[in-house]
Design a protein around this ligand. Structure first.
Ligand code: ZN
Length: 171
């Protein structure tokens, strides 16, 4: 089921999510809805709090991006255990419709999480999938991509976003 995507500045986007204790039917439904919602919005990643559920769950599917290896992931309680290098990329966000900003992130990361069956997984991500993962992990920690910008760049992006939001509300 496609759910509504929470739009910034909704405060659920700025609060850390809670870890999942038990992966039950409710979590399975949540994961299914997250994929439905992400595909419907043509996104490549989604965090549970972006549909109003404050739990540490993310879904990723990089296959719409042609020059990236297709990768489909469900990650529960994810964390980064190692990181190296730096990469800059102009990111979009489903919770900031129309806005894209250049963010610097780690180029290569090692990730620990549970999969949708509650099994521990460890994986190494590099390039675009690493960027998507770090963007979604930030969401789960209550951080938006604006928080990754400094001073004037953040101010300019926020002004631009406010304008976009106002224009979209006029329609
Ligand atoms: Zn986002």
């Amino acid at each position: 089921m496609v759910r509504d995507i929470v739009i910034y500045p909704n405060e659920i986007l700025t609060k850390p999510t809670e870890k999942v204790d038990v992966i039950d039917k409710e979590i399975q439904n949540l994961i299914r809805d997250m994929f439905d919602t992400m595909y419907n919005a043509e996104g490549v990643g989604l965090a549970a709090n972006q549909i109003g559920v404050p739990l540490s769950v993310m879904v990723v599917d990089t296959s719409p991006k042609e020059d990236s290896p297709p990768l489909k992931l469900v990650l529960i309680n994810p964390e980064i255990t190692e990181s190296e290098g730096k990469i800059k990329y102009k990111e979009g966000c489903l919770s900031f419709p129309g806005l894209s900003v250049e963010v610097e992130r780690s180029k290569k990361i090692k990730v620990k999480a549970l999969n949708e069956y509650g099994e521990p997984v460890e994986l190494i991500l590099e390039g675009f999938p690493a960027i998507v993962f770090q963007h979604e992990l930030d969401h789960l920690q209550g951080i938006t991509f604006l928080d990754r910008l400094k001073n004037w760049r953040r101010r300019i992006a926020l002004e631009k976003y406010k304008k976009l939001l106002k224009e979209s509300q006029k329609v």
